[in-house]
Design a protein around this ligand. Sequence first.
Ligand code: MN
Length: 230
Amino acid sequence: MPATLFDIPQPAVPVAGASALYPVRRIFCVGRNYAGHAREMGSDPSREPPFYFTKPADALVPGGGGIPYPPGTANLHHEVELVVALSTPVFRATPEQAAKAVFGHAIGLDMTRRDLQFAARDKGRPWCLGKAFEFSAPITPITPGSDPMLSGAITLAVNGEVRQRGDLSDMIWSVPEVIAHLSQYYHLGRGDLIFTGTPEGVGPVTAGDQLVGRIAGLDELTVTILAEGS
Ligand code: MN
């Protein structure tokens, strides 16, 4: 194969208890997967099929830490989410088959330029500017294990005050169901992350805010919002 013109870093996420990194190919995100959040976004949380958007792999901020306030927005929101990392091929799978493709779990933040997302949504346009931007996907190291995380508290605190509080059992579509559904459309597998949706309580953050995401059984995620342009 010919050499490439230049090298580009391979996005990767640390794995808890291991020295090798998990290399990331794609990031899929589920929209409105908790009834409370669907309602606060103005939707009916009926069990219609899940829908998706994506982020580029280089939006990841492994381990969290400082992220700059992004350009072009006046309404940056936090969305804390359970993230699943896949490790084996899965295509047109049943939920039972899909569950076996899970390599491990992490906590992620689906940072959102809500003003740009809503402007696009209201005109029926894609969400890219609102969702798929630099530093928009802080993530903890991946905790290996394929046992489905079907319940457990999920919270996000801003400056020590809990703003989002839910339970993984509140998901409209469980993780195995999400993987199975997405696998009807993609050959999923190694290097694919899925952000599985956020509970209610999303809201704006500003420079100087500290965000702490927690899910029972996983490392906590701490992110600090830095000044724009930093
Ligand atoms: Mn989200």
